[in-house]
Design a protein around this ligand. Structure first.
Ligand code: NDP
Length: 333
């Protein structure tokens, strides 16, 4: 199929008085950055980072006009490097997509082919974006916990920020993999939602912090997927059992980490950093294959709200206020 020269995209523009406005408009393929791979996007998604890009946050995007969308899935229209054939279905998360490189909220993207992974057979395109960067990060976190030696028989695994994008999918993956999952949340109304995903126990956020003024806390967690950082992450590290492991991917609570060395030197606790953006290709493929098979969340569609480009405005505002539960998928076709 020939590559169209014009396509539809959501474009963020900076006005003369420094405001950022979002419009759906026609763009030209020549507007896109150089790259050896052109993909017709069928679905994208909404992540917190996309909302920052869409509202002009300079920590994500500095060059405008810009099309956000850090996740994309779709069909290969051309690939100069030969890494993919025309018609292959590929999924892209991370690298620079949607940041300074125009992203998945446009019908076409042009990128380096090294950013793309062939979509495994066990996932539809919509499912791949129900997972997106959030699901990839959750799965990478679980992979790293298991590599650090955490097993189902070790005890409870905690997920913080459990109703968010990463948390939701971490709960579902861990439950599917047979762990007893404890979900920490600030949204008491979402208890049933979390139980449906497979959480065995729901605790309010504050409970994780109980006793955290002490240098060490009672041993409680075999492992944890943390998205919050700050006092929450410090308390989790202090209450992780001997030989346990904790992953750190987020900063929704704080970027600080007020912890001491005792959990590491007296209990052998591991604190593991998670980066989904530059994750090497071999691990990236392994994570997507697990997401398509043994870790595929059982109730993926129940976590998803689907919108088109017109429906994004309301969802951008909601995610910035922490009001979204689950994942928002953007249909581009
Ligand atoms: P969301 O906004 O979807 O979810 C975050 C959740 O954290 C909220 O739903 C809420 O859940 C909880 N939360 C929000 N504010 C606070 C607070 N002040 N204190 C404690 N809990 C809070 O974000 P994502 O799940 O998409 O991302 C989570 C984090 O992970 C972000 O910081 C993001 O930047 C980061 N991230 C990092 C990646 C990496 O590669 N390192 C990749 C992807 C994301 P609840 O109400 O249930 O407690």
């Amino acid at each position: 199929m020939a590559t169209p020269t014009k396509f539809k995209a959501l474009v963020v523009e900076k006005t003369d008085d420094g405001q950022f406005v979002r419009k759906i408009r026609a763009r030209c393929i020549d507007d896109l950055p150089q790259g050896d791979l052109v993909v017709r996007v069928s679905y994208s998604s909404l992540n917190y980072k996309d909302a920052l890009s869409a509202t002009g946050h300079p920590g994500v995007t500095r060059l405008f006009p810009h099309t956000p969308g850090i996740d994309a899935v779709g069909e290969v229209l051309s690939c100069e490097s030969g890494a993919f054939a025309v018609g292959d279905t590929v999924v892209i998360t991370g690298y620079d997509l949607g940041m300074e490189t125009d992203g998945g909220w446009g019908e076409l993207i042009r990128i380096p082919s090294s950013w793309a992974v062939r979509l495994p057979d066990g996932l539809t395109q919509a499912e791949a974006m129900a997972l997106g960067t959030a699901g990839f990060t959750a799965a990478l976190s679980v992979l790293k916990l298991e590599r650090a030696g955490v097993t189902r028989s070790d005890g409870d695994v905690l997920v913080t920020g459990a109703t968010g994008g990463v948390g939701t999918i971490a709960v579902a993956i861990l439950a599917r993999a047979g762990y007893r999952v404890v979900a920490s949340t600030g949204k008491s109304a979402d208890e049933q939602f979390l139980r449906n995903l497979g959480a065995a126990e729901i605790i309010p956020r504050d409970q994780v912090l109980a006793g955290s003024e002490r240098p060490m806390m009672k041993e409680r967690w075999a492992g944890c997927v943390d998205v919050v950082g700050g006092d929450t992450l410090a308390a989790v590290v202090k209450s992780t059992r001997y030989g346990g492991a904790v992953t750190c991917c987020g900063l929704v609570g704080s970027t600080e980490l007020p912890v001491n060395v005792y959990p590491f030197i007296l209990r052998g606790v591991s604190l593991i950093g998670i980066d989904s953006v530059k994750c090497p290709a071999d691990i990236r493929l392994q994570v997507w294959e697990k997401l398509a098979e043994e870790w595929k969340p059982a109730h993926l569609q129940e976590m998803v709200t689907e919108v088109n480009l017109d429906g994004l405005e309301e969802k951008i505002a909601a995610i910035l206020k922490g009001e979204i539960s689950g994942r928002v998928v953007v249909r581009m076709t």
